[in-house]
Design a protein around this ligand. Sequence first.
Ligand code: ATP
Length: 384
Amino acid sequence: MSSIELKNIVKKYGDGFPAVNDVSLDIADGEFIILVGPSGCGKSTLLRMVVGLEDITSGDLLIDGKRVNDLAPRDRNLSMVFQNYALYPHLTVFENIAFPLRLAKGQHSDDEIRAKVQQASSMLELDEHLERKPANLSGGQRQRVAMGRAIVRDADAFLFDEPLSNLDAKLRGQMRTEIARMQRRLGVTTIYVTHDQTEAMTLGDRVAVLKKGVLQQVASPRELYEQPVNLFVAGFIGSPPMNFLPAEVKGSTLSLPFVDVEVTGELAQKVAGKDLVIAGIRPEYFKDAGLGDNVPGGVSFSAVVDQTEWLGNEQYAYIPFEAHEAVKGKLEELDRELDGEGMRTQLVVNLDARSRIREGDEAQLVFDPSLMHVFDPETGECLT
Ligand code: ATP
């Protein structure tokens, strides 16, 4: 096991825009860290530099305190699991898992190899399939073989590049829990790249969010969710995403499309002098006032619901609003940065399944304004 330190890492392909731009990150021994960000933000490039498949343009990569920039991949003792599994089709499951041990010529006896492969295969429930070829396995089983090959040797760290993205939703869920269990059991330092919100929120000790090669925030999943540093992180983490509402500043009042909110203390000072800010409220922070649930300090308002979706255990309501001209451009830019995942012209409200609010209703809603985030529309920085 090992610590991994990235110091001011830059990657330029040709003379273009840096794919990874001055990234510094300390990953502790045994830590499970997730890299997330929209397509093309540099996640895979970062991982490939750590494993040695890509040269580092500038900066230092340290494993256990030693600079390894110029060390060949095979000398870094890291195990990587690829999105497409990269199994050898002509080898059996046994030989695929044994491959890294056979590669280290003369270091392991046949008995040792058999014992290690069997240990990995029983952990991954592959015992019955050891003599099969990859073509005769299901997607989930192939994924397990790729994991077996990664864990069979005593690697200093595991690197995963979207390992579950080729599996269907159910299998992905199963494998996710298995990866979490395996990492805890082995306690090996792990860097895991994903697009998937659930993987990002559940697997890692910490999550690193990248945008256009630049690290935005590194924090625990809870901290990212509750205290995002800027609009980008706030919009990226959470599904459905945080609502962003234009809020006109009128003294100590923020005037949102449906409701006015009083601000006090430090926030009042921070918004003073601005005409407009962007208020961020997560869908689940809204409650149906008609249910009578207690929302201490709650602010109420009414709005006409355009559409509802009832999912059995929860309900969504969609409420259109006019985006203020002054922030339209900023929110459209944000949508583009987030791969268009945002929905910035309607309020998305996630209600309890007991709610009787239906399409066309004038809904009475309530939310706790202390949960609201406020962003600077120029810099995107979170002011709360
Ligand atoms: P995705 O989630 O789509 O896999 P990513 O976050 O992993 O994306 P990278 O694959 O690291 O992103 O790519 C980062 C940037 O570097 C992109 O703009 C990409 O086009 C560019 N890039 C990646 N590999 C190369 C290469 N071999 N030559 C030139 N540019 C590259």
